[in-house]
Design a protein around this ligand. Structure first.
Ligand code: DGL
Length: 257
C-alpha cells in the first residue's frame, strides 16, 4: 500500500480526458491535477518554453510527494519527456499520438493525424511516425484554434463544428480510415467529430492505454494505493469555474508556479 498521490498535468482542461480514464482504472488512487492555464496553449510554444513549464510543474508535483507523474499532454510529452526523465527520478507516463494502432489497423493505407504544431514538428513524433508508417500515407493537420474552443467550454458549439469541418476537409478528400487524436483536448470533440466524419473512420485516442500503462508501472514498482480516491484540481490561472463545472469539476485552487 502506497498512499502518495499521482501527479497529472496538461496545459489546461484537455488532460481531464486522461484523468477520466485514470479514475476509471485506478479508483483508489489520490491524484493531483494541474492545468497550466496561465500558459495555454502549449501547441505554438517553442520546445524550450514547453520544457521550462513541464519542469516547473513537475517540481511542484514532486514537492507534493507525487510517486508518479502522468503527462496528460501530447505536446509536453513529445517535446519534454526526455529532459524530464533526465532531471527527475520519479517515473513518468507520457501520451503520444496513436500512430502505431492506426497504421496497423488501416485497410486503405491512408491515416489522418490531428495534433498541435508543437507535437507534429517534434522529433519524437516524427521518429514514431517514420518507424510505423512505412508504405502508408499520413495526412497531418494542425488543429488550429481547437484548444482555445475547448478551454472556453465550446467543444459542442457550431463554431467548433465549422472550424473542424475546415480543418478536416483536406483529409476527407483522401480515403482515411483512421483519425488519430494527437491532443488530449481533442478527445472532448469526439461528439462533434462523429457528426462530421463518415461512419467508417475510426477515431483513436490514447487515454485508456495511458491509464493501463500507469497501472502497470504502479504494480511493477509496488506503488498502488488501495485506500485513496481523492482528486484535487489546480490551475495556474484564475480558473473559469463555469467551464470547469461543465467538465464535472466543482472546486479548483489557484497555483502560483
Ligand atoms: N492538450 C495538449 C496536448 O495534448 C496541449 C494543447 C495545447 O496546449 O496546445 O497536446
Amino acid at each position: 500500500m502506497h498512499s502518495k498521490p499521482i501527479g497529472v498535468f496538461d496545459s489546461g482542461i484537455g488532460g481531464l480526458s486522461v484523468l477520466n480514464a485514470l479514475k476509471e482504472m485506478l479508483p483508489n488512487e489520490d491524484i493531483l491535477y494541474v492545468a497550466d492555464q496561465a500558459y495555454t496553449p502549449y501547441g505554438k510554444k517553442t520546445k524550450q518554453a514547453i520544457t521550462t513549464r513541464a519542469i516547473a510543474i513537475t517540481n511542484w508535483l514532486v514537492s507534493q510527494d507525487c510517486k508518479l507523474v502522468v503527462i496528460a499532454c501530447n505536446t509536453a510529452t513529445t517535446n519534454a519527456i526526455t529532459q524530464l526523465r533526465a532531471y527527475f527520478s520519479v517515473p513518468f507516463v507520457g501520451i503520444e499520438p496513436a500512430i502505431k494502432p492506426a497504421a496497423l489497423g488501416s485497410q486503405t493505407g491512408v491515416i489522418g493525424v490531428l495534433a498541435t504544431a508543437g507535437t507534429l514538428t517534434s522529433t519524437l513524433f516524427q521518429t514514431t511516425s517514420q518507424d510505423y508508417t512505412q508504405g502508408l500515407e499520413v495526412i497531418s493537420q494542425v488543429g488550429l484554434g481547437l484548444v482555445g474552443l475547448v478551454e472556453q467550454g465550446k467543444a459542442n458549439s457550431k463554431a467548433t463544428e465549422k472550424q473542424l469541418r475546415d480543418i478536416l476537409s483536406p483529409m476527407l478528400e483522401k480515403p482515411i480510415d483512421h483519425l488519430v487524436l494527437g491532443c488530449t483536448h481533442y478527445s472532448f470533440l469526439t461528439q462533434t467529430l462523429k457528426k462530421i466524419l463518415p461512419k467508417n473512420i475510426t477515431i483513436l485516442d490514447c487515454s485508456s492505454p495511458v491509464a493501463k500503462q500507469t497501472d502497470r508501472l504502479l504494480e511493477l514498482n509496488n506503488l498502488n494505493n488501495t485506500n485513496g480516491g481523492n482528486i484535487s484540481y489546480y490551475s495556474t490561472a484564475i480558473p473559469n469555474i463555469e467551464v470547469w463545472k461543465s467538465f464535472g469539476v466543482n472546486q479548483i485552487s489557484k497555483l502560483e508556479i
